[in-house]
Design a protein around this ligand. Structure first.
Ligand SMILES: N[C@@H](CCC(=O)N[C@@H](CS)C(=O)NCC(=O)O)C(=O)O
Length: 214
């Protein structure tokens, strides 16, 4: 049995859950994957046992049957996309894959990552991990906001970021927009295209929809 260590509310662990959902699959119903829920607030990922699996103490992690450890959300999504379901979320052909790769890198590096830095440098729960520089937090969040017009220009003309189908790039941007709310950035106030996109993704993959019991 493969083991997928997750925290269902955190941005990076949400990627594999949404990726599978976008392929019509429920991560909890895959016959050869055991999902292990970790509580970041309780420090489940800081134990000695988990540190042996991922010395970086970060989620998500997928451990394959032969013991191979994939400790990065992108790598896990690449694996899941190829192994499960029909349609590829990473791209159907070489050019489509390259376009998805480019767009998801921009969403990740220009929006999600600066927001993560904003959170890590400001939130009390991260003080044990990060040598916090509080003045850096708003500047980092602003950097993410400054990148949003790039996506607005695309989404005011198109339903999805790449071609006419949902891809991994959309998943990364959606997760980043949802995470932005924690830092008082309203996804509904970043332009018509982003607002429509955010609503569409949120209806399908929102935290409430994916975690009805929470
Ligand atoms: N590059 C990693 C980053 C993973 C990451 O930052 N995970 C966060 C949740 S979004 C985490 O585990 N944080 C725990 C902590 O900060 O203590 C990936 O994408 O998998």
């Amino acid at each position: 049995m493969k083991k997928l260590y997750l925290s269902r509310l955190a941005p990076n662990p949400r990627k594999p859950i949404i990726l599978m959902a976008s392929k019509g699959l429920n991560i909890d119903d895959i016959h050869d994957i055991e999902v292990i829920d970790m509580d970041i607030a309780q420090g489940d990922h800081l134990t000695e046992e988990f540190t042996r699996i991922n010395p970086l103490k970060l989620l998500p992690v997928l451990v394959l049957e032969d013991g191979t450890v994939l400790n990065d959300s992108q790598a896990i999504c690449e694996y899941l996309d190829r192994v499960y379901g029909e349609r590829s979320v990473m791209g159907n052909d070489v050019v489509h894959r390259a376009k998805v790769c480019s767009m998801r890198r921009i969403a990740e590096l220009e929006v999600l990552y600066p927001l993560m830095m904003g959170f890590q440098h400001s939130h009390p729960s991260k003080a044990h991990r990060v040598d916090q520089v509080p003045e850096f937090a708003p500047k980092s969040v602003q950097r993410a906001v400054d990148a949003l017009p790039y996506f607005e220009n695309i989404l005011k003309e198109k339903q999805y970021l790449v071609n006419d189908q949902l891809s991994y790039a959309d998943i990364v941007l959606y997760i980043a927009l949802d995470f932005a709310k924690l830092q008082k950035v309203d996804p509904m106030a970043q332009g018509e295209g982003i607002a429509r996109f955010y609503n569409m993704m949120n209806e399908q993959f929102g935290l409430k929809k994916m975690n009805p019991e929470k």
